[in-house]
Design a protein around this ligand. Sequence first.
Ligand code: 5RP
Length: 270
Amino acid sequence: MNWGLRNRLDRVLPGLPNGTGSVMFAIDHGYFMGPTSGLEDPRKTIVPLLPHADSLMLSRGILQNSIPKRTNIPIVLRVSSGNSILNEDLSNEELCVSIEDAIRLNASAVAFSIYIGGAYEHQTIVEFSKLVNDAHRYGLPVLAVTAVGKDMNRDLRYLSLASRIAVELGADIVKTYYCDGFNELIAACPVPVVIAGGKKLPEAEALQLAHNAVQQGAAGVDMGRNIFQPEAPVAMIQAVRGVVHKNLSPKEAYDLYLTREDGDEHPADS
Ligand code: 5RP
């Protein structure tokens, strides 16, 4: 792996060199969902959470308009789009942000959704593969978002298949969902894997999910709604961080969430 690629990968997932997990904070939902609940005023929600996230996954527009320019947080820039929640099929995506723009925006990695089993599977696989060619020319890591779409059966068989295809195509990081037998997915996926949180869960369940994933080999989380939709997002991201960075049990992390439930700003815990 070349120096630039390795260095950027370690910035995006800073837990990698020392074997702990990392907290990537996903706030890209609006690129097809519009003003998602909790992100109606993106800057107001996101800025207090920045000190507690290791990296930020988002679209070009929210980066430019809602993230302070002087932040040091590594950026994972979503570069695929092409549909909205108003359409039945969400898989008709293509590369919509150039590598030059990603570099101009100082992205540390780029993210692209592949729709394995979806109507536009072929298109997204080919576009993803071309993105890997271009991004790697500049030492820019590529994160494959797998298993997105309305009707996907998110079981081990499907998630392993989608994740492994992403690796075979050249992904440097795979984003997928947690499932029963997740350790088997990890064994078949020789690049770092991060999990999405999915729809909002009760906080204790979301922390259990993060715990299960890192215990079974995930390199961390790339969670969104389960961080910014709870009543106390600052407390929640710190609890998730406790699980991922410090190996807190789900109960210890939930207690941490409850004791900080006012959502006040707290110093970063590491
Ligand atoms: C959408 C995405 C989102 O970033 C992803 O779903 C993570 O967010 P959440 O934890 O809310 O599911 O990639 O395509």
